[in-house]
Design a protein around this ligand. Sequence first.
Ligand SMILES: [Zn+2]
Length: 210
Amino acid sequence: MEHFISNEQFNMIKSQIIGMQRQANVTSDEGVKTAVKEAAEAKVHDIFQHLTPDQEKLISGIASLETEEERTKFLMDLMPYRTSFPDVTPADLRGLFPKVKKLPVPDLENMDFRALTYLGWKDIGQSKQYFVYVRDGKLKGIQGRYVISAKKGICSLCNRFGDVALTSIQNKPRESEGLKSYGQYICYDSKECNQSIQDSAQLEAFLGQV
Ligand SMILES: [Zn+2]
């Protein structure tokens, strides 16, 4: 079977299963439990299009999971079918930012590429943030600047509440105009962001402005 579950889809399924677990711990009302399980199953089906019968079978049956053991096994059984972020090298990254001299490169050797919706890293000395993600089938590199927020906030990419930085990216919509800046609060730690992101729409909306 082909790999078909992206990082954000896996996170979404995981969050539904955790929600079911929580519900099972706090209620003994079978009607409520069944409703939660059926809603979770429907939501998970909704995030996929064009599944093969085997893939369909793999993600089905959420509503019939009864125990913590079964829920854990369900997630473990999905693991081999996760897709991976493209296997990039430091040279690939430098190629995406040709104008940046001495581009710092993240520790790619110890990175789990299956757990990435985007690759994000910082040049702390320069307060610069780098993003790499797949747009229209190609790797796209975008750089921005960041200012650490003194207060915790909600990340606009993954909706997680935690340490965030106001991150801004710039572009020039027209030759005749000046640079336009777009800022969003984004998780300070991109690894945590990638563990929370459940949908790539907000990432694409933000980075797609450049
Ligand atoms: Zn985030």
